[in-house]
Unconditional design. Structure first.
Length: 133
């Protein structure tokens, strides 16, 4: 599948946040939402432009306070979503810079393969282990 070169430019001019003596991609008080797998996957790829959050796949642990719930949740999401990205690549349903529709298609494939057959995750959960699916 053909891909545009460079980074998805839907977040050109992403805002940097200053706290703790550094610059970060999210505000100090940012918390990941309790979310369905579909919402988490969309945030992973596209972030939330409405509130100035870039795609979560652009972030690193250093963008969160070391003691924050958001950091722990992001680490869990990163592990799960990178595993799912790998699976998508191996199963020819991966786009490097996906559109909203392609994000949904990747999620459908992953959900059908991993989640739909094991547990029903499409309900909101508040604990961080649910983020791993």
């Amino acid at each position: 599948q053909a891909e545009p070169s460079g980074r998805n430019n839907s977040h050109e001019g992403t805002q940097l946040h200053s706290w703790g003596g550094g610059l970060y991609l999210v505000p100090e008080c940012y918390n990941l939402p309790d979310a369905t797998s579909s919402t988490g996957w969309r945030l992973w790829w596209h972030g939330n432009r409405r509130v100035g959050i870039p795609p979560l796949c652009w972030l690193s642990e250093k963008d969160f306070r070391s003691d924050s719930r958001a950091r722990r949740t992001w680490v869990d999401w990163k592990g799960a979503f990178r595993f799912f990205q790998s699976w998508c690549k191996q199963n020819d349903c991966f786009w490097q810079h996906p559109t909203e529709e392609q994000v949904e298609e990747m999620h459908r494939q992953v959900f059908r393969e991993f989640i739909g057959n094991h547990i029903g995750f499409e309900t909101k959960r508040s604990n961080r282990t649910a983020a791993v699916f």
